[in-house]
Design a protein around this ligand. Structure first.
Ligand code: ZN
Length: 152
């Protein structure tokens, strides 16, 4: 059974709540945050709290032990995002970042600082909702994450 974790502090298109989605011989743990459109109305302190809650779903992770990690990294919370990626990725996991252009230089630096195992970068507009969903659909359909998906 191949297992992948999809995690974003922003939304994942069409996914309203944390869930496990199964395909043939594969399983995706999907932990969405709050869609960008709703973010704007949320107090920054509460937003940060939600991000932190999202980042500590250890029970789910221990239960499923995903070997593939797909994470959105945007403009905010880079320190938290890289800290989490480092914790989850270990030394042998396949790591995919869905990344917007914001702070792209800083993101590359952080990959080096955190010694992350050669992450794959997938370009997206800010928020990453569509690309996260496209990669999820690709994984469920094929069991692998290969191409840079078109933005929908
Ligand atoms: Zn951005």
């Amino acid at each position: 059974m191949k297992r992948a974790l999809f995690i974003s502090y922003n939304g994942i298109k069409g996914i309203g709540a944390p869930q496990v989605i199964e395909g043939e011989n594969r399983l995706a743990i999907v932990l969405p945050g709050v869609p960008m459109s709703e973010y704007l109305g949320i107090d920054p302190v509460l937003r940060k709290q939600k991000m932190i809650e999202l980042f500590y779903c250890e029970e789910v992770l221990e239960q499923h032990d995903p070997s593939i990690l797909v994470m959105y990294i945007g403009d905010h919370g880079l320190a938290e995002a890289f800290s989490l990626a480092s914790m989850l990725a270990g030394e042998d996991k396949e790591l995919h970042f869905v990344s917007c252009e914001c702070q792209s230089k800083r993101k590359k630096e952080l990959c080096g600082e955190w010694l992350l195992p050669n992450p794959h970068f997938h370009e997206t507009t800010c928020g990453g909702e569509y690309v996260m969903r496209a990669l999820l659909d690709q994984f469920i359909a094929t069991g692998v994450i290969t191409c840079f998906p078109r933005q929908g």
